[in-house]
Design a binder for this molecule. Structure first.
Ligand SMILES: [Zn+2]
Length: 257
């Protein structure tokens, strides 16, 4: 009985330290798409560092290490929250870092010829995850509702929140493996891919914010979500996965020449 009580007391803190994450499947899809768009040089460099593992296979590393307190400092790197009517450069950056500074740091280390192999492997795995996270619209969210985590919803007969709906409910309930989902994404032309890869991380954040605004406007607190929501938003979700993938490839191609 006492243990049961203790668990009840601990549960909220456990949930707090492990907020929902862009579905493991979603991250793998981003990795899989990126892998397809790597240059020859980048593919070689990635294979050398990952020792045969693919980008999809390492894409959840940054979430896996969250339970290890040694890595607690990296938790704020998974997202950025600031007012939706402001540009990233208009607000004071978080002293703990965010997804933008995280991606920059990874890029910097991977370009540093003096970085150790261990450092390169670590930051490559982080980078794969962070570019994916950034493209989940609610990872570029508002601080006051913690990227939609505080907007409670009903998804069919289950309680959820807006952040979790986009992180995992929509993708997981679709029931596809990551390879199936990656295969089923729309095929973009070379020109479309090139256009998607234009710009830098700040341009991408600004563009994602536009999607985020739409997602915030898509529900009312307490609303019951059914199939119609996924039907309406699925194309957007697929596009975000594709964008994450081709942009991750662009970042890696730029790093490895
Ligand atoms: Zn994450």
């Amino acid at each position: 009985m006492r243990i049961y009580f203790l668990l009840l007391l601990l549960l909220p803190s456990l949930c707090w330290s492990n907020p929902p994450v862009w579905s493991r499947t979603g991250h793998r899809v981003v990795g899989e798409v990126a892998q397809e768009h790597l240059s020859r040089k980048a593919r070689k460099a990635v294979a050398r560092l990952l020792g045969g593992e693919t980008l999809a296979e390492v894409s959840n590393f940054a979430d896996d290490i969250k339970s290890d307190t040694t890595y607690r400092g990296y938790s704020p790197w998974h997202y950025v929250n600031f007012p939706l009517d402001k540009a990233y450069t208009e607000v004071d950056p978080s002293p703990y870092g965010d997804v933008v500074t995280g991606i920059r740091k990874c890029t910097e280390v991977l370009k540093d010829p003096d970085a150790s192999r261990d450092q390169q492997v670590f930051y490559l795995k982080m980078l794969v995850h962070l570019v994916g996270d950034m493209h989940q619209p609610l990872h570029v969210g508002r601080a006051e509702d913690r990227g939609g985590n505080d907007i409670q919803l009903q998804y069919f007969d289950r309680g959820t929140n807006l952040h979790r709906l986009w992180d995992s409910n929509l993708i997981d309930d679709y029931g596809m493996s990551y390879t199936e989902l990656a295969q089923s994404l729309p095929r973009w032309s070379k020109a479309q891919i090139k256009a998607a890869q234009q710009g830098d991380v700040l341009d991408w954040v600004e563009e994602i914010q536009e999607v985020t605004r739409g997602v915030y406007g898509s529900v009312n607190t307490g609303e019951k979500i059914y199939y119609a929501y996924r039907y309406t938003w699925w194309d957007t979700l697929e596009e975000q996965l594709l964008l994450g993938g081709v942009r991750l490839a662009a970042v890696l191609n730029e790093i490895y020449g």
